[in-house]
Design a binder for this molecule. Sequence first.
Ligand SMILES: [Zn+2]
Length: 390
Amino acid sequence: MTEKLFYTDPKVFEWDAEVTGAAFHDGLWHVTLDKTAFYPEGGGQPCDLGTIAGKEVIHVMKKGEEVVHIVKEKPEGTRVHCQIDKIRRLVHTQHHSGQHLLAAVCLKMYGAKTLSIHLSMNSAAIELDVPALSDEQLENIEKEVNRLILSGRRIRIFYINRAEAGRYDLDEIPEGIERLRIVEIEGVEYNACGGTHVGSTSEIGPLKILKTERVRGHVRLHFICGIRLFEDYKEKLSLLADILEKLSTAQDTVLQKIEKIKKELKEKEQKYNALFDEYAELLTDRFIAEQKGPTAGKIFPDKTVKELSVISHKLLQKGMKAAVLGTILENKIILSQNGDLAIDCGKIIKQHAPAFSGKGGGTPVKAQAQFPDSEKLNEFFRFVTGHLGN
Ligand SMILES: [Zn+2]
């Protein structure tokens, strides 16, 4: 049995231990120690990482009463110095205590019970058994959680027997567990939990709800707190600084600048569309003069599918019965007809494009297909122009 320092003293990050076992499985060493501070994955909390005698620990898991450390290289000697990644542990600990507090507040304020939790280095999330939470409710939850964090409530850990569980208003305890580890947030809640926790709510640090999403008809609430929140803030500041530099503007004028750029882009687009229309007039005149049959076919190297659409519309307007236009730029083909032909453009694409690794569809008079490369596009173009008898 491994002595579990993460239960008795969660502030141990470095210690010496005896190796009690080392077994080789699938190219990795499974090492056991007489005592460990490495938290094994469990209860929604990811495992600790670090080193044993300088060898990197890549995963830690629980196996009965033992904690198994997975390493790529076998640590030398029987007496080893161990070290865990302190920041990783602190992030998970803050997120875990923050999760307990957030879950307790959601339940107390809005009767929203936590169904599952997820903790990671980047963020944390809880799934609540309610279909939705309003912005106002989320704001109230965040405010109350941060009020409780600032009030420095003690977080205490103690053990009870299963028979005493009734006194603590706990969630259902799985069969076979006789001894329970209780995490108490003073004046807030009791929770049966094997994870690592801070000693006071103030050590959670500020907590921010990031977003909500709907999963299986429930709300999933994403949040960050403590060290991770600070790191995230630093990342956001750096991102903002980059954006401001690229836009040559300051924070208080950045939105106006973006609006101005959007407006200019829109004006340019309108101007471009008008010019393209004029160009398409000349292009289609020349194009029609070169055509021998009633179907116009051409592959352009550089047009967008939107531009092909303008060209094909004009071709049909000017008397062509059908048009097959492709573009190498997007590997797309537009097939259209003026309604005189007894063909169904959508059906032709749906039935035949897959044989050329293409896909698409549309209406009887206009359809579009996408191909993986120009070779397939060319093959399909030859097929379809042949099919239309041009
Ligand atoms: Zn927990």
